[in-house]
Structure formats: structure tokens, C-alpha cells
Design a protein around this ligand. Structure first.
Ligand code: NAI
Length: 329
């Protein structure tokens, strides 16, 4: 039996979290769910976005399936997601981008995004009313461990090439250090080819030749941007899962946010969170259940009558959830 902390979140979070849990339960995997609060409702009740008991549950159980959480704008709150990543040292943000529609060109790359530093370190200094400095933090330690995570994944999964994405032509010291660390790690994986691409060129390459990429290792901001670009390549944010992996804890969540424009309307697409749960099942050693979920998603993508409107379908969250459960074999 596994224990998983589930944070439904807010906006469409509770809708897609409920659907995902039903689908995971239908695989037959034995999970004890510990429910934990974070998001708009907790903020209203306590003045904090994450309940203290939620932090304790994460620290105790170490595996979390998390729905999206709205970041209040202009109130001085830091994003819960950024805070959780830093608090639990979730250094690797892993985002697989894979075309789910068999008729589409084969796209299957996976982004390893450094998750704790870069411009997300939150170091902004107001010099004057007319000047602000945002400090980009790059360390050898963080760059080395994200590169190692990417190469270890490539080795374990028979991937052939690892590409470093950078802007070292302009940020010679910061991105130069990232590349130096990447090259040092690469030397220990002689059987894997490496490649270095400047981030602006990478955006064009991914649009024109997405099938040419395999494992991508990059810094925090570039990884964030490239993964949304990747989402656009395969059919939208409703399809892209992610894992945030640290040394003692792992949080699995969709790449998308709380989608306030469609919250409560029963039309949210649960696939991104469901595929995040498949990554979680891999992490828990439940590969058969993870495979069953992925195969069900691929099969369901062919039936427009059950798909949610973001995928061009005529269905809703319920019809898609039912079809995903029926497709589990
Ligand atoms: P968003 O991802 O919530 O929505 C962007 C667009 O994609 C919207 O039109 C939305 O309807 C659509 N969309 C997203 N997920 C969908 C799904 N599962 N099914 C169908 N359509 C979907 O991004 P936005 O609007 O920029 O952010 C809204 C809030 O979410 C913000 O407060 C933001 O800070 C927060 N956010 C939270 C994240 C997290 O908790 N991991 C990640 C990204 C944003």
C-alpha cells in the first residue's frame, strides 16, 4: 500500500483532482490518500495559501499529487508552486512532451528543467523608482544535479541524445557556468550523444523539427517557456504532465494553472493531471498501472464525442473520465 498526499487546489483543481483519483483507483493500485488543503479557500480562512497541516503531510509522506493553485496578483504572495519547490528542494522539474494522437507527427521529448534558482530565486532589488534589478542565480551544484538527472534518465530509458539549452553567448558567466557543469556531467555518459543549442534557436527548432529532440536539460526560465511551447505542439496545456523531484519528496502536477475562465463548468480536461498521476505511479514502482493509464489516454484521444472542448471535443470532464476508466486494461 502506498500513501499519497492529494492537494486538490482551486479553480479547476478540485474537478480534475477528483477525476484523476477515480482513474487511479480504477487501475486497482492500493493507495491511501491523505487529503491536504492549499489555495484560495485556505487563504480566505487563514490568511495563508498553504495550511500548516499540508506542509506536515508533505514532509511525512513525501509523495504528492497536486492540483493547480491560483497565485493572487498584486498582494505580495509568492507563487505556492515556486515556494514548495524551494522549500522541499524539488530540484528537477520533469516535463514529458509526447504527441498522443497517433495521426500527428511523432513528438517525444522530455524537458529536465532546473527548478530552484535562475530568475526564480526571487532576488529583485529596487534601485530607484525607475530602475529594478532581477538577479539571475546559477550555481555549479544545481546545474550539475539537473544535468545528472537528465543523463540518468537517458541512460535508464534508452534515450540517445541530451541537449543543453542555454544563452551563454550573452550571459557568458551565468549560462557559461551552466554549460561547464553540463559538459563535466556528460563526460561520465560516453554512450549518450550531446548537443548544445541557444534558447532562441531552440524555440524555432522545436517548432520546425520537434521529432529531432530527445532529452533536453535547461535552466529554470528557459525550461518554463520551452514546456509551454511543447504543450502547444501536442494539443495544449490540458495534455502536459510534470514531476517535481527532490531528494526526499516528489510532487506531481499538471503544467497548466487553475483556469479560472472554465472553473466550475464541468469542462476541464483531466488528462494532464491523470498523466501526472502516471508519472507518480512510475515513481512508486507501479509501472503496469502507469502504462494502462497512458494506453487508455491514447485510445480515448481518437473519440471526439467524449473529449473536452479544449481538445475540440463535444464532451465534458465526466464523459472523458468515464471513457478513461473504461479504457483501462
Ligand atoms: P491556465 O493554465 O490556468 O489557463 C490557460 C488557458 O488554458 C485557459 O484558457 C484555460 O481555460 C486553459 N486550460 C488550462 N488547463 C486546462 C484544462 N485542464 N482543461 C481545459 N482548459 C485548460 O493559465 P493562467 O490563466 O495563466 O493561470 C491561472 C492561474 O493559475 C494563475 O493564478 C496562475 O498563477 C496559476 N497557475 C498555477 C499553476 C500551478 O498551480 N501549478 C501553474 C500555472 C499557473
Amino acid at each position: 500500500m502506498h500513501t499519497v498526499v492529494q492537494i486538490p487546489g482551486d479553480g479547476i483543481g478540485p474537478e480534475v483532482s477528483k477525476a484523476t483519483r477515480q482513474i487511479v483507483e480504477a487501475t486497482g493500485v492500493n493507495i491511501r490518500w491523505v487529503m491536504a488543503d492549499a489555495g484560495a479557500q485556505v487563504l480566505k480562512e487563514t490568511g495563508e495559501l498553504v495550511a500548516e497541516s499540508t506542509y506536515q503531510a508533505i514532509a511525512t509522506h513525501g509523495v504528492v499529487l497536486k492540483g493547480p493553485i491560483t497565485t493572487p496578483i498584486g498582494t505580495g504572495f509568492r507563487s505556492v508552486n515556486v515556494s514548495l519547490r524551494q522549500k522541499y528542494d524539488l530540484f528537477a522539474n520533469i516535463r514529458p512532451i509526447r504527441s498522443l494522437d497517433a495521426r500527428a507527427p511523432a513528438i517525444d521529448f522530455i524537458i529536465f528543467r532546473e527548478n530552484t534558482e535562475d530568475l526564480y530565486a526571487g532576488r529583485e532589488i529596487k534601485i530607484s523608482d525607475d530602475e529594478v534589478h532581477a538577479i539571475k542565480v546559477i550555481t555549479r551544484g544545481a546545474s550539475t544535479r539537473i544535468a545528472k538527472a537528465g543523463f540518468d534518465y537517458a541512460r535508464a530509458n534508452g534515450r540517445k541524445t541530451v541537449t543543453a539549452v542555454h544563452k551563454a553567448n550573452i550571459m557568458k558567466l551565468a549560462d557559461g557556468l551552466f554549460l561547464e557543469a553540463f559538459r563535466a556531467v556528460a563526460a561520465s555518459y560516453p554512450e549518450i550523444a550531446t548537443n548544445e543549442v541557444i534558447v532562441d534557436n531552440m524555440c524555432m527548432q522545436l517548432v520546425m523539427r520537434p521529432d529531432a529532440y530527445d532529452v533536453i536539460v535547461t535552466e529554470n526560465l528557459y525550461g518554463d517557456i520551452l514546456s509551454d511551447l511543447g504543450a502547444g505542439l501536442i494539443g495544449g496545456l490540458g495534455l502536459v504532465p510534470s514531476a517535481n523531484i527532490g531528494t526526499t519528496c516528489a510532487i506531481f502536477e499538471a503544467v497548466h494553472g487553475s483556469a479560472p475562465d472554465i472553473a466550475g463548468k464541468g469542462m476541464a480536461n483531466p488528462i494532464a493531471l491523470t498523466l501526472s498521476a502516471a508519472l507518480m505511479l512510475d515513481h512508486l514502482g507501479e509501472q503496469d498501472a502507469a502504462k494502462a493509464i497512458r494506453e487508455s489516454v491514447e485510445a480515448v484521444m481518437r473519440d471526439k464525442s467524449v473529449l473536452t472542448p479544449d481538445l475540440g471535443g463535444k464532451g465534458n470532464t465526466d464523459s472523458l473520465t468515464r471513457a478513461l476508466i473504461a479504457g483501462l486494461h
